[in-house]
Each structure stands twice: as structure tokens, then as C-alpha cells.
Design a protein around this ligand. Structure first.
Ligand SMILES: [Ca+2]
Length: 73
């Protein structure tokens, strides 16, 4: 496997974990989410783009992973 593929898979898993954690933490009340957008309010100042761009980021990572797996076989 190429290093790019491993990096892309790792990034997708890491981001998936971050999104799941943010959802879990806001719904369970562990982290404050007054505006109810499933983004912990303390993260919104610096990391809101990571959530608003979620679909695009995951799509690009998916395309990279799919392309590299396809190219390697
Ligand atoms: Ca919020």
C-alpha cells in the first residue's frame, strides 16, 4: 500500500472518530452545545470549518482511497 493511501485511510478514520465523538459529547451533554448544531461550542471558534466542510472532506478522502485501491489492483 502506498503511503498516501495509508494517510488518507488514517485521516478518514480520525475525522470519523472526531465527528462521532462531537455528536456523542453534545447529545449526552458532556460538552456544551447551546446552539444545538452538534458541534461543541468550545470547538466552534477554531474548528467549525471541519464540520461545515464534512461532506466535501469525506467525499475527497473517499475518492482518494477508492482511486488508490483501484489503481493498486
Ligand atoms: Ca454548538
Amino acid at each position: 500500500m502506498s503511503e498516501v493511501l495509508i494517510t488518507a485511510i488514517f485521516a478518514a478514520c480520525l475525522l470519523g472518530g472526531v465527528y462521532i465523538y462531537a455528536y456523542w459529547a453534545t447529545t449526552s451533554g458532556s460538552l456544551e452545545d447551546e446552539n444545538q448544531n452538534f458541534i461543541p461550542d468550545s470547538w466552534e471558534k477554531n474548528f467549525k470549518w471541519l464540520f461545515t466542510g464534512k461532506t466535501v472532506i469525506m467525499l475527497i478522502l473517499g475518492l482518494i482511497i477508492g482511486y488508490l485501491i483501484g489503481a493498486s489492483t
